[in-house]
Design a protein around this ligand. Structure first.
Ligand SMILES: [Zn+2]
Length: 280
């Protein structure tokens, strides 16, 4: 179980104890302790050597009853037999939901802090709030909080749910096809963002929009809001800007899909498994 730090008293988790879990980030990687077949987050006693006088050490929350901390390194030389450097995406796929939540929060907070070292109003150096995750300007009193970038992602079906629209984005690795997605604009509702993204990227209209689930996506600070919708009208075609190709696919016949662990894959699996159930 993972609990946010907001409600923790200042003294309870002031500094890591030897056996407190610590998230060590190095670019898009994190340190994992892997011994005799089991894997876990490393303890402070195992990674404090990497922290040095690290000013980025932060409290992340409580993970399974223990205070969890995090810090970031520019480079990391691991010569220890049991510590390994894992890609964050692999971690999110293989670790528990609680550990993944802690890692997502650590990455977003550390990234946000690195980009908010000075007050945008008066340029004074910011200080961490002792009450919550905010940063306070000691000169003008401005308070800054971590910002999220909400993004919508939509599984669009037709033919009574048997066909799903999948598209290849020019930024995707290899030949992966996924769902239509995009960021919510300032002042825009989620419903309007979904309709606009679909219209802009593939030229169709949808109906019966339904919310499915959400997922933190710390690359660097997205909140993915997943929906399902039914095709209404128009001819689907790739915009040639973001999307290079798209098509309608079935559970038996589809291109390479995004990795497990992403919300896109969860929605795709859900739609395809439902279409298989309906067929029986
Ligand atoms: Zn200021």
């Amino acid at each position: 179980m993972f609990e946010f730090t907001q409600k923790l008293s200042e003294t309870e988790c002031a500094f890591p104890g030897d056996n407190d879990p610590v998230i060590v980030l190095c670019r898009k990687n994190t340190v994992v302790c892997h011994e005799s077949g089991s894997k876990r987050l490393p303890y402070w006693s195992e990674v404090r050597k990497f922290a040095g006088k690290n000013e980025s050490l932060i409290r992340v929350g409580k993970l399974d009853g223990r205070c969890c901390f995090a810090f970031e390194c520019e480079t990391l030389q691991i010569s220890d037999g049991i510590l390994e450097l894992w890609q964050i995406r692999q971690f999110l796929h293989e670790f528990s939901e609680a550990a993944s939540s802690a890692l997502c929060r650590a990455r977003e907070l550390l990234h946000w802090r690195m980009q908010h070292r000075f007050c945008g109003r008066c340029r004074c150096g910011l200080q961490a709030s002792e009450r919550d995750s905010g940063l306070i300007c000691p000169a003008c009193g401005s308070v800054y909080y971590p910002q999220l970038a909400p993004a919508v992602i939509v599984g669009i079906t037709r033919n009574e749910g048997r066909e799903l629209l999948l598209a290849h984005n020019r930024n995707f690795a290899g030949n992966v096809y996924s769902l239509i997605a995009g960021f919510v604009e300032a002042s825009e509702s989620l419903e309007a963002a979904v309709a606009r993204e679909i219209r802009e990227e593939c030229g169709i209209e949808v109906k019966n929009l339904q919310y499915v689930t959400s997922q933190s996506w710390p690359f660097p600070n997205s909140l993915m809001l997943a929906f399902c919708a039914e095709y209404a009208c128009g001819t689907a075609r790739a915009d040639g800007v973001e999307l290079t190709d798209l098509g309608w696919f079935t559970s038996e016949n589809h291109p390479e899909l995004p990795a497990h662990g992403s919300v896109a894959r969860a929605v795709i699996d859900r739609i395809f498994s439902r279409s298989v159930d309906d067929a029986h």
